[in-house]
Design a protein around this ligand. Structure first.
Ligand SMILES: [Zn+2]
Ligand SMILES: [Zn+2]
Length: 161
């Protein structure tokens, strides 16, 4: 892959915040939990999980907003300080090392379809899931679903902390 095809750029709506993912993500979640439905105002959230140091801020800065989460442990949502659009979150589990980049904030969101559908027990009934993408009622073990390269990247991340 050349740098063009392996980099993914995105940003907020007012274009103050611009960022680049410097690699493909570890995994892409389509989350159908009620919390994501409320936060997006829609039916699900689409998040690309990626090492924080694989996300470069190209322009602007983000406000980190402490926000309640489904787990009760909280999340930090990074938002543009001007238009308040969210570009990524950090959850208690992955800490600061793993960012959940909002796929819809990428310039080319079509490049990152879901690798798994999670919390499908609260999926809105009109949303039809594709038959060949894994789907689980709640959460899952990465070791069962992530590709080997992503598990190796996760292990490297854990070792460096
Ligand atoms: Zn903005
Ligand atoms: Zn969710």
């Amino acid at each position: 892959m050349n740098s063009e095809s392996s980099s993914y750029e995105g940003g907020c709506t007012c274009r103050y915040v611009r960022y680049r993912m410097t690699s493909i993500p570890l995994f892409v979640h389509c989350c159908h939990c009620r919390w994501c439905q409320r936060e997006t105002g829609a039916s699900f959230a689409l998040n690309a999980l990626i090492e924080a140091d694989h996300v470069q801020l190209l322009a602007g800065e983000v406000d980190r907003i402490d926000t309640p989460s489904n787990s009760g442990k909280g999340q930090v949502i990074s938002r543009c300080p001007r238009c308040r659009i969210a570009v990524w979150s950090n959850y208690a589990g992955g800490g600061d090392a793993v960012r959940f980049v909002r796929v819809g904030s990428l310039d080319e969101p079509d490049r990152l379809p879901p690798d798994i559908h999670i919390f499908t027990e609260s999926r809105q009934p009109w949303v039809i899931l594709p038959p060949h993408t894994p789907a689980v009622p709640q959460y899952y073990n990465a070791s069962e679903y992530w590709p080997r390269e992503s598990l190796e990247r996760r292990a490297a991340l854990a070792a460096s902390r």
